[in-house]
Design a protein around this ligand. Structure first.
Ligand code: ADE
Length: 251
């Protein structure tokens, strides 16, 4: 049985899309458990306060470690096979398909991923430090890209979707996972077409209608390499097999 994903936030409504589409279906069919929790349920004061002014001064508010600590102590399950606490932050390590695969393996093996979604200027740094010091929790501070969002909720959604679709039973046809952009080939995916064969004077490339699977495979790989070289040359340099790197070096 898969493990589970928990998300702690002051805006549980932000995570409503997790009821929809393939992740929603996986949840309702019991393939994946996702819990969404309101951080304010762990506050102790009348105003349900979660933040305070920053030590050292500066703009904005910082989320209090005491509130986060009581919430996470409750949410992190002692009975899970492993526990990974993900703190979405623009200051984190970059989220990649490789990290999605790592996290999916953890969940597959009965592990738990818990997201702590910060708002305002972020969460008091001692929260990451405290859980990193616990030997039953792995802490990962993760960024989904080089831009700043208003909080960690959208990042938690992105990471949850990227992880969930890799779990057995979430995507109907697992073959669709095989040739994707950012997969093991390290290339962006080739362009795809469907009916009608001509649309607004634009034809589907003839080779795709030839039925010749050898030619189709060669054409698709060439388009993937071409697209990657044009849009993401950094990927070719990092991942491509030597054959592609050499071809690029020659021309
Ligand atoms: N919170 C705000 N911006 C973020 C980003 N780029 N990635 C993850 N969490 C964030």
């Amino acid at each position: 049985m898969n493990g589970r994903i928990d998300i702690v936030t002051i805006f549980p409504g932000y995570l409503a899309p997790l009821d929809l589409s393939l992740v929603g279906k996986a949840r309702s069919e019991g393939v994946l458990d996702v819990g969404v929790h309101d951080l304010r349920d762990w506050t102790a004061d009348r105003h349900r306060t979660v933040d305070d002014t920053p030590f050292g001064g500066g703009a904005g508010m910082v989320m209090r470690p005491d509130v986060w600590g009581t919430a996470l102590d409750d949410v992190l399950l002692t009975e899970a096979d492993s526990r990974t606490l993900v703190l979405p932050t623009p200051a984190g390590e970059r989220f990649t398909q490789a990290m999605a695969e790592e996290l999916a393996l953890l969940v597959c093996a009965g592990g738990q991923i818990a997201f702590a979604c910060g708002r305002y200027e972020g969460i008091d740094a001692r929260v990451a430090e405290h859980y990193a010091n616990r030997d039953d929790v792995t802490v990962r501070e993760v960024s989904i890209g080089d831009y700043v969002l208003n909080g960690g909720e959208v990042a938690a959604l992105v990471i949850t979707e990227a992880v969930a679709r890799l779990l057995p039973g979430v995507i109907g046809n697992p073959q669709s996972l095989v040739e994707e952009s950012h997969g093991s080939a390290g290339l962006l995916e080739y362009p795809v077409y469907t009916k009608p064969p001509t649309w607004r004077d634009l034809d589907v490339p003839e080779v795709l209608r030839s039925g010749d699977h050898g030619r189709i495979g060669t054409w698709r790989r060439a388009r993937a390499v071409e697209r990657t070289a044009r849009r993401r040359p950094d990927l070719l340099a990092r991942h491509a097999p030597p054959r592609v790197r050499e071809a690029k070096a020659i021309d």
